[in-house]
Design a binder for this molecule. Structure first.
Ligand code: ITT
Length: 208
């Protein structure tokens, strides 16, 4: 079975990618020795730049292997696209005003987002999740794939599944937040599921 290494430190992403690969004839394995190196410096200004940075950096750990990394986040229209590339460290960025390397926990990020939204005092807050997957080998990006999921932001959390901003991310077509969806259903509609399906399409066309 062909193998792809998954380079992410986020357990929520790992769960979703592994569920997506379950029924496929591809082994999606955690990248060995990732914890032994300092984390990649995500200093790009776009999701694509950061996805490339991570995939290229971590692919150097396993010469010759295909490495998948992704950068993702939430963009809220009324907040001019924030938290954007700072989604994982939004609480810390708002507090300090600088883009620290250290991620904040989900609870702190959600509380920070709710506080920002409440200041706007609107009826509806539209936004989207974005995910860019980058595939790299030996420090070079081979391809990138983007998926987006449009939705609305709540100021009262709903649901216990998923991770990150999912309890606040309401998907009108289903009348539920992403935290109220089982993995399979989230994959069908999510930014990550869409980017992954594009990746599979590309991968299926590669000479094996
Ligand atoms: P890696 O860089 O190691 O992959 P990370 O968590 O630091 O892990 P990102 O820099 O891509 O990853 O930040 C993604 C953040 O965006 C994540 O921590 C959540 O806050 C948010 N996010 C992305 N996709 C999400 C999803 O499907 N559900 C909820 N929140 C999501």
């Amino acid at each position: 079975m062909p193998r792809i290494y998954l380079a992410t430190t986020n357990p929520g992403k790992v769960r979703e990618f592994r569920e997506a690969a379950q029924a496929l004839s591809i082994a999606l394995d955690p990248l060995p020795r990732m914890a032994e190196v300092p984390p990649a410096i995500e200093d790009g200004s776009t999701f694509e730049q950061n996805a490339r940075i991570k995939a290229e950096y971590y692919s150097r750990l396993s010469p010759g292997e295909l490495v998948l990394a992704e950068d993702s986040g939430l963009a809220v229209d009324a907040l001019n696209g924030s938290p954007g590339v700072h989604s994982a460290r939004y609480a810390a960025v708002l507090q300090s005003g600088v883009a620290l390397d250290q991620n904040s926990d989900d609870q702190a990020n959600n509380a920070a987002l709710i506080a920002q939204l409440k200041r706007l005092n609107q009826d509806r807050y539209t936004g989207k999740y974005v995910c860019v997957i980058a595939m790299a080998q030996d420090g070079e990006t081979l391809a990138t794939f983007t998926g987006e999921a449009p939705g609305e932001l709540l100021t009262v959390p709903r649901g216990t599944q998923g991770f990150g901003y999912d309890p606040l991310f309401y998907f009108p077509a289903l009348g539920k937040t992403f935290a109220e969806l089982p993995l399979e259903q989230k994959r069908e509609h999510s930014h990550r599921g869409k980017a992954f399906r594009q990746f599979l399409n590309w991968y299926g066309r590669q000479p094996q």
